[in-house]
Design a protein around this ligand. Structure first.
Ligand SMILES: *Cc1c(COP(=O)(O)O)cnc(C)c1O
Length: 429
């Protein structure tokens, strides 16, 4: 008899009871095996994490927090959640962690609910310059129910800090609008975030400082990017990007009063029962990230991104801010060809088996559905074991695809080369 976990890995029950979904999952496995995943926010989590997420822990209601639950039968769930909390605190070197947010967006919603009243002013980056939907988009709760004001990047390409956060503009904006909350942390920003400088501005204008490290959490955990602690009052993140865990969110702080408010804002403020199977997966992920090998992984992510940036620059591509300090680069396609859109580039690359996303760039004049930028990331390729020599090959594959301007024959040849490279780096099972 297979054990429950063996069954989850081999999907024997699913194959029997729901062949349609079974086949879709198998097809997706093959897609992941045979393509190169370069979406900066994606990764391949470990089989251990997937086993936890696929476990019987999905069956239980655990509303509340460890030892303070509303339902009986939570003994093992208390242990799982407490271990996830303890590991998160150790990993990020902080005092309080809430591991229940279902996602990064849920974590941010809970922080808004905890710290702001409807209509309150807060500050975040101009969204088309690297921000996230939950930092004030007019179609998101953060933009509909609160009043965001936005700071820009440095636009002047003659300045050494071109494409970096314009800290003088952040300060001027905050002194003018007196936001209750100042948010740093981004979705398409390739440079180190200066947390102490943000904190000085927050203190000067009387704001609380929040870092949303959704993208860079794995780099922070490994010490490859400076920590938001002790500078930030609140830190939110996802667990599935560079941190390489299950899809989920996390909120941290060092302030006991804020911790109480945040716990109440997550449950019962904005969520019901926690996803205990995912929390178990988070605990496994944090355990993996605490191992020395995770530091090597995070260092290699950045080394790979730097090589990718250098290779693409040498081939004549323009990169916002001129390079990268982290796991991602943002190509400004206008520098290559005024007619080339992010939409076309991402489509051709997908046809070639290289999965990326179109992205807005500073001073964007196309819509978010078309864009002039392309975002590329190295976390998933690094997980598969690609290092500098293969990243040089990947840069070449990207260039051949884009330079073909969509030529079908060229793309078919690149697709075969992509499959061959992918075949040499099988996924962990
Ligand atoms: C990805 C991301 C989020 C949202 O995470 P979800 O899990 O998709 O809700 C929030 N903030 C930033 C900066 C992100 O990049």
């Amino acid at each position: 008899m297979p054990t429950q976990l063996d069954a989850a890995a081999t999907l024997t029950h699913l194959a029997q009871s729901d062949p349609d979904i079974y086949q879709m999952i198998r097809s997706e496995e093959e897609r992941q095996e045979t393509t190169l995943e370069m979406i900066a926010s994606e990764n391949h989590t470990s089989p251990a994490v997937m086993e936890a997420v696929g476990s019987c822990l999905t069956n239980k209601y655990c509303e509340g927090y460890p030892t303070k639950r509303y339902y009986s039968g939570c003994t093992y769930y208390d242990a799982v959640e407490q271990l996830a909390i303890d590991r998160a605190k150790k990993l990020f070197n902080c005092q309080f962690a809430n591991v229940q947010p279902h996602s990064g967006a849920s974590a941010n919603t809970a922080v808004f609910f905890a710290l702001l009243e409807p209509g309150d002013v807060y500050a975040s980056i101009v969204l088309s310059e690297g921000g996230h939907l939950t930092h004030g988009s007019p179609v998101n709760l953060s933009g509909k129910w609160f009043k965001p004001v936005h700071y820009p990047l440095v636009y002047d390409e003659k300045r050494p800090d071109w494409g970096h956060i314009d800290y003088d503009a952040v300060r001027a904006l905050c002194l003018q609008h007196k936001p209750k909350l100042l948010i740093c942390g981004y979705s398409a920003y390739s440079r180190i975030i200066d947390f102490p400088r943000f904190r000085a501005i927050a203190d000067e204008c009387g704001a609380l400082l929040m870092a949303d490290i959704a993208h860079i959490a794995g780099l922070v955990a490994a010490g490859v990017h400076p920590s938001p602690f002790p500078h930030c009052h609140v830190v939110t993140t996802t667990t599935h990007k560079t941190l390489r865990g299950p899809r989920g969110g996390l909120i941290m702080t060092n302030d006991p009063d804020l911790a109480t408010k945040i716990d109440k804002a997550v449950f019962p403020g904005t969520q019901g029962g926690p996803l205990m199977h995912v929390i178990a997966g988070k605990a496994v992920c944090f355990g993996e990230a605490l191992r020395p090998s995770f530091k090597d992984y995070a260092k290699q992510i950045v080394a790979n991104a730097k090589v990718l940036a250098a290779e693409l620059t040498a081939k004549g591509y323009g990169i916002i801010s001129g390079g990268t300090d982290n796991h991602l680069i943002l190509l400004d396609l206008r520098k290559t060809d005024k007619e080339l859109t992010g939409k076309a580039a991402a489509l051709w690359l997908e046809q070639a088996g290289i999965i990326t996303n179109k992205n807005t760039v500073p001073k964007e004049d196309r819509t978010p559905f078309v864009t002039s930028g392309l975002r590329l990331g190295t976390p998933a390729l690094t997980t598969r074991g690609l290092r500098e020599p293969q990243i040089r090959q990947v840069a070449d594959l990207i260039h051949r695809t884009l330079a073909s301007r969509g030529d079908e024959k060229t793309i078919a040849v690149v697709r075969a080369d992509v499959a061959e490279l992918a075949r040499q780096f099988p996924m962990a099972h």
